[in-house]
Design a protein around this ligand. Structure first.
Ligand SMILES: Nc1nc2c(ncn2[C@@H]2O[C@H](COP(=O)(O)OP(=O)(O)OP(=O)(O)O)[C@@H](O)[C@H]2O)c(=O)[nH]1
Length: 488
């Protein structure tokens, strides 16, 4: 058996090492192609050591020592379309990955932007993935649109990211604070240590959703979009033709599959809740004011209704009092017949229209006087005398027609005005009254008789004269022995 040359020995040692690394990674069943390669395959394949950003999901990350994210899926596709085998060199930070690339320890990094500084040690493939960068701020901040409106605000950027170079070159006056990674930048904004953060939309959104940073919002676009490529160290730039050929073989369906797997963007709505609160508060106050007004108005209405009812009651009482007053002014309180004042106003005033009509239609005037009333008073007392007066009034009222008017002239004397009644009819009325009185049961069986004086109102005769004639006729009836009627 021949002994191995130094070159053969080194190759065997390297392959053994790679197998060992592969076996360790294989237990994680990653999308990374190297993790499923057999020893025989590895022998025929070009093995590439690569580094990634260990904390840049969904683009890439190292979780439990395993490469995951968009770049992991693309490397798997590339491994299918080329004879390249990719072996992950785990790092703890993006900076460390960049350092290993500069030193040539890592030969490839699968997803990054091309920048002038990186051109110094990396060669770049064609673009295979594009993504916008966004500005992130607290929801209370205004919508910034772009870097132009950042003003004095403090901008957080992950160090060693392409955007640092971009800001330094195009917006050197913006106050910046460099953060370890995107997560730290977002946390600084959420904690108020920085005002704005700029980063890739995919990773920013993923982080906001994963960690429930609901106080944050997308506040604008952050410069040119990321144009992501594979970077290889200059020593390995010959690989680029194979890499680009492999990338070109990736189908649209492959791209969409990767995109769907890692894209879970939910639009964080840019709602100005302070405005909503202001509007709701204003509306609430307006509604409260309306309620207060309605309560005041209904209270006032109740008060008004009560006052109106009281007023109506008072009005009714007043009307009743007025009626009472009117009645009292026109009636005799004892007999309830019309009084002398009413009689005078109604009949003795010639100027009044009704009397002119009466004159044209036969009007008879009868004066009635109770006989020997003084004797009744003297014998039975005034109270009984009053009652006799009331009973005589009832007899008179019951004996006349509705349109005739009976009034108490004074003392024990009454007046009857009969309309449309000729002298003859008036004498019949007196006889009827006389008959009624003779049959009427007065208090204490007192016998009550009356004397009557009748006069027919003559044409053009003043009523006063007619009254005087009736009075004279009454006197005549008295003189003739009472309980009789005389006409004039
Ligand atoms: N009880 C009572 N008596 C009254 C009222 N007004 C007048 N008198 C009485 O009526 C009486 C009238 O008396 P006289 O004028 O003398 O008449 P008379 O006694 O009826 O006699 P002749 O008329 O001549 O038949 C008086 O005694 C009055 O006091 C009254 O309202 N009530």
């Amino acid at each position: 058996m021949r002994t191995l040359s130094r070159l053969e020995f080194s190759s065997v040692l390297l392959i053994t090492l790679l197998i060992f690394i592969t076996l360790i990674n294989a237990k994680h069943a990653s999308a990374s192609v190297v993790e499923t390669q057999s020893f025989i395959n590895l022998k025929n394949r070009n093995i590439i050591r690569y580094c990634v950003d260990p904390d840049w999901l969904p683009y890439e990350a190292i979780v439990d020592g395993r490469h995951t994210g968009i770049s992991s899926d693309y490397l798997a596709l590339l491994a299918n379309y080329t004879d390249l085998t990719f072996v992950l060199m785990p790092t703890s930070s993006w900076r460390q990955s960049l350092e290993l690339l500069k030193q040539g320890e890592c030969e490839l990094t699968p997803i990054l932007n091309q920048t002038p500084k990186r051109d110094a040690y990396l060669s770049f493939s064609d673009i295979f993935f594009k993504s916008p960068n966004v500005l992130v701020s607290l929801k209370s901040q205004p919508f910034l649109q772009g870097f132009e409106n950042i003003g004095d605000r403090l901008l957080a950027i992950p160090k060693d990211y392409r955007l640092v170079e971009y800001i330094q070159q195009f917006y050197p006056t913006i106050n910046t604070v460099l953060t370890k990674n995107e997560r730290q930048g977002l946390e600084k904004v959420a904690n108020g240590e920085a005002d704005v953060f700029v980063g890739s939309m995919f990773s920013v959104n993923a982080y906001i959703q994963q960690h429930g940073l609901t106080s944050l919002k997308i506040a604008g676009w952050g410069g040119p979009e990321d144009e992501l490529r594979i970077g290889v160290i200059h020593a390995k730039q010959d690989l680029l033709s194979q890499i680009n050929a492999g990338l070109a073989k990736i189908t649209q369906a492959d791209h969409i599959s990767v995109y769907k797997k890692w894209h879970n963007i939910t639009v964080v709505e840019d709602i100005d809740y302070s405005l909503v609160v202001q509007v709701v508060t204003a509306l609430g106050m307006f509604i409260l004011f309306l309620l207060y007004r309605t309560m005041c108005v209904s209270k006032y209405n109740v008060h008004l209704e009560t006052s109106n009812k009281q007023l109506q009651k008072l009005q009714l009482e007043l009307e009743k009092k007025n009626c009472d007053l009117d009645f009292l002014a026109q009636h005799d309180p004892l007999t309830k017949l019309y009084n002398r004042q009413y009689f005078n106003q109604t009949f003795l005033d010639d100027a009044r229209q009704p009397q002119k009509k009466m004159r044209q239609n036969n009007m008879s005037l009868i004066i009635i006087d109770i006989d020997f009333f003084k004797a009744i008073n003297d014998k039975h007392g005034h109270t009984i005398g009053d009652k006799i007066l009331v009973q005589v009034a009832q007899v008179l009222q019951a004996s006349v027609r509705e349109l005739d008017v009976v009034a108490r002239w004074g003392g024990e004397e009454f007046v009857v005005v009969c309309q449309h009644v000729a002298l003859h009819d008036a004498t019949e009325l007196c006889q009827r009254i006389t008959d009624e009185l003779s049959h009427f049961h007065f208090y204490h069986n007192i016998k009550v008789t009356c004397s009557f004086g009748i006069a027919l109102l003559g044409e053009n005769e003043p009523i006063q004269a007619c009254f005087e004639r009736a009075d004279a006729a009454l006197y005549k009836a008295k003189q003739s022995g009472r309980n009789q009627y005389c006409s004039a």
